[in-house]
Design a protein around this ligand. Structure first.
Ligand code: BG6
Ligand code: MG
Length: 218
């Protein structure tokens, strides 16, 4: 059977943590007197911690000293870690685990491609870390999505070419990163928001039956 590299984003694709990033950033922004909406939050999805804070400060027309910037990033992360403390296997998004099991039964290479520095502990909490042959996360990339580095590094480590790689993403920046890498981008979420993706599904449970075989034959 032919092989493709299957590369998954984490937050908002595998697990419903995107809402916790939103809450934590909103609280942090409020502490600086800045407000932003769920619509603006789309621009923070998939974006690194540093770049997210830069964007929020831009929206609020605020500046911070390097020391305060670091302090605020730490504060956001502590808030976020509190929110995800009780994360467990029930928080895996619908259809994801079955999809991973099906890929494994077909011997397909699987990687994680996430901006998060919290990726490994989250995968451990969800008890699905063993599905991933390769994990590229915020601790080992230098350029944030929409730069393709995270996905290119994942496919290289899987010894697969970019044109045979498929990325699952819930963020605009992540879809752009996959497209910039020359990979097939599959959006998970709202079709209008993710219109740059090759194809969009609301969730893994909305994919047609035998979708993995369809992807392998493309
Ligand atoms: C991405 C999230 O997966 O990781 C972003 O979509 C987040 O919202 C980024 O800012 C960095 O995550 P962390 O956990 O290292 O702050
Ligand atoms: Mg995401």
């Amino acid at each position: 059977m032919s092989k493709k590299a299957f590369i998954f984003d984490l937050d908002g694709v595998i697990v419903d943590t995107a809402k916790f990033h939103f809450i934590a950033w909103q609280r942090l922004a409020a502490s600086l007197g800045i407000n932003f909406t769920e619509h603006e939050n789309e621009q923070l999805k998939g974006v690194s911690r540093v770049d997210s804070l830069k964007k929020i400060l831009e929206w609020g027309n605020e500046e911070l000293s390097p020391a305060d910037f670091q302090l605020k990033m730490n504060q956001k992360n502590e808030e976020y870690l509190d929110l995800i403390e009780s994360l467990d296997t029930t928080d895996i998004l619908p259809g994801v685990q079955d999809f991973l099991i099906a890929l494994r039964s077909k011997n397909q290479p699987i990687a994680l491609g996430s901006a998060s520095k919290n990726a490994r502990p989250i995968l451990e909490k969800l008890q699905i870390i063993d599905f991933f042959e390769v994990i590229v996360d915020g601790t080992n990339v230098t350029k944030a999505k929409p730069d393709p580095e995270v996905f290119l590094s994942a496919c290289q480590q899987l010894h697969m070419p970019a044109h045979k790689s498929i990325v699952f993403e819930d963020s605009v920046a992540g879809v752009q990163a996959a497209n910039n890498a020359g990979m097939l981008s599959i959006g998970l979420g709202d079709a209008n928001t993710l219109h740059e993706a090759s194809v969009v599904f609301e969730s893994f449970t909305d994919m047609p039956q035998d979708y993995i075989n369809t992807l392998l034959q493309q």
